[in-house]
Design a protein around this ligand. Structure first.
Ligand code: ATR
Length: 274
């Protein structure tokens, strides 16, 4: 039996088992199973040992362990190292390696949203002013993509210190007080967990934000499908998108690392998330 896991705390909400088990069946990886496991920080060392001992083949890591897992690993992939965020584990040449597939998952989503005429993503995001809300575990992956693509990033987090910590790593960002917004922005990305519970809302006035109704409001949350952040943006006439595509893209990258298969996003998989 080839065992795969997603670990986190809480973990009940994770839709990763649905997706990966669907692909394992679709691509006839009989004898493979993907489960979720709620763990505590003290369990992380043992999870890595289980991979080293081939009891588990691959692991996805979610909140709040994406950074906490790092000291227990043998090696980090360069993107995981830069972002200090690991969401996928896999043993390569006897070493348990930490990967970050959130970053390519987000990069691919941005590429699909902003393809340049000649497919030069570097150029397509370069012209954008992007306002990022939050400075939690996944935010550094988002900023890494944006910075690499030459976007101008404005960052705001309730706890300003955490935004300033990120600025030390990504110098090309402007940190704003929570509640303020930049004078211009083409895309607003919510990386906070506000919205996971239905009645929370972000208290920032986006009315008349640059006077352009065509800007995109993007929420990393995909469950619920439409957070208050997205609903309010839609009612103002803005374009909106939730985090479903990024979630699927990061899962594709993880599945490919483990199995060498690049799964397709088909209707069935989208239905599983509905
Ligand atoms: P962590 O910070 O432990 O990595 P996370 O779930 O990845 O946790 O991140 C939660 C993010 O949502 C943080 O940016 C958090 O802001 P703080 O750093 O100030 O805690 C943000 N967040 C969660 N609830 C919020 C709220 N009610 N108002 C504003 N920001 C909130």
């Amino acid at each position: 039996m080839k065992k795969y896991l997603v670990i986190g705390n809480p973990i009940g909400h994770s839709l990763s088992p649905l997706i990966h088990n669907h692909w394992m069946k679709k691509y006839r990886l009989f004898g493979s199973i993907y489960e979720k496991r709620k763990v505590e920080e003290k369990d992380l060392k043992n999870i890595v040992k289980e991979i080293r001992d081939d009891e588990i083949i691959g692991v996805n890591v979610t909140v709040p362990f994406k950074k906490l897992i790092i000291p227990f690993l043998d090696e980090l992939h360069p993107t995981a190292k830069k972002t200090e965020s690991v969401n996928t584990l896999f043993k390569v040449k006897n070493k348990v390696v930490g990967y970050n597939t959130d970053e390519p998952g987000f990069a691919q989503t941005m590429w699909e949203l902003f393809p340049d005429k000649d497919y030069k993503i570097l150029a397509s995001l370069k012209r954008k002013n992007i306002f990022v809300l939050g400075a939690g575990g996944v935010t550094s992956s988002i900023i890494y993509t944006l910075e690499q693509r030459g976007a101008k990033v404005f960052l705001s987090n309730r706890t300003k210190k955490k935004a300033e910590e990120l600025k030390k790593k990504y110098t090309e960002i402007d940190v704003l007080d929570w509640g303020k917004r930049p004078p211009v922005c083409d895309v607003v990305i919510n990386t906070t967990s506000i919205g996971l519970t239905s009645n929370e809302r972000i208290d920032i006035d986006f009315n008349d934000c640059n006077g352009d109704k065509n800007k995109l409001f993007y929420d990393l949350t995909y469950n619920p499908k439409e957070t208050n952040f997205l609903k309010e943006a839609r009612l103002r006439g803005n374009n909106t998108m939730n985090g479903q595509k990024m979630f699927l893209n990061q899962a594709i990258h993880a599945f490919n690392l483990w199995t060498n298969i690049t799964p397709k996003i088909d209707d069935e998989v989208v239905k599983l998330l509905d």
